[in-house]
Ligand binder design. Structure first.
Ligand code: Y39
Ligand code: FE
Ligand code: FE
Ligand code: FE
Length: 230
């Protein structure tokens, strides 16, 4: 309801909206590019799933093109320098894990954390998006559920062997997500997206994923709140 009311006041052509959009849309474009690269890397680490993972990586590139079109449609230039900086720590953690062959950590970062972040952000964005971006984002978010599902299924099938590494990787990476959210809360708000709603949707998606993988309620509570308070 709050979001519906806010959308009535949004002016997609105002300088303040376009300025915030130049950072938020850049984050999304950079995120899709990194997701593309991450799935290519994963396809090398999981040869049995190479075809699936290459398909996912191609979907991410299509998503990137869609969000580039959203910027053009609003005559906004995405601030890609800001976006690279935004993802730097998570990006580095993925690279280190991939170089060490830590598949579980790579899947946690890309297929759980980043996909849940995308699902939360896109679902919150759709009701307040301009008509052009809304259509694109609606199609994209369906794909993101498929990407999340890939990680869930693999980690569920390998749960006992992955459990400790998942908890360690969660402790190292989830606090970064809360920091990232804080870094964009102000810009997200200009676009009509409330930080509380983003946190809530992320927690729901991430908690559901951890549950599907095999964690119990107590483990999920401890894992998903990690780093949230500070
Ligand atoms: O798997 C994917 O496609 C993920 C890369 C995309 C994530 C995009 C990150 C969205 C965060 C936006 C923050 C808005 C408040
Ligand atoms: Fe890179
Ligand atoms: Fe994507
Ligand atoms: Fe994705």
């Amino acid at each position: 309801m709050v979001q519906m009311a806010a959308s009535l006041e949004l002016n997609f052509t105002s300088e303040i909206y376009k300025d915030a959009y130049s950072r938020i849309d850049a984050i999304v474009i950079e995120g899709e590019q990194e997701a593309h690269e991450n799935y290519i890397t994963l396809s090398g680490l999981l040869p049995d799933f190479q075809d699936d993972l290459v398909k996912l990586s191609k979907m991410e590139l299509r998503h990137k093109k869609g969000f580039e079109a959203c910027a053009r449609n609003l005559e906004v230039t995405p601030d890609l320098g800001f976006a690279k900086e935004f993802f730097a720590q998570l990006h580095d953690n993925f690279q280190v894990a991939a170089a060490a062959g830590n598949i579980v950590t790579c899947l946690l970062i890309q297929s759980l954390i980043i996909e849940c972040f995308a699902i939360a952000a896109y679902n919150i964005y759709i009701p307040v998006a301009d008509e052009f971006a809304k259509k694109i984002t609606e199609a994209v978010v369906k794909d993101e559920y498929m990407h999340l599902n890939f990680g869930e299924v693999w980690l569920q099938d390998n749960f006992e062997a992955s459990k400790v590494e998942l908890q360690t990787a969660n402790r190292q990476n989830l606090p970064l997500v809360w920091k990232m959210l804080n870094n964009v809360a102000k810009d997200a708000k200009v676009l009509g997206m409330e930080k509380d709603a983003l946190v809530e949707d992320f927690m729901i998606a991430y908690g559901e994923a951890l549950s599907n993988i095999g964690f119990n309620t107590g483990e999920i509570m401890r894992m998903s709140a990690y780093g949230l308070m500070g």
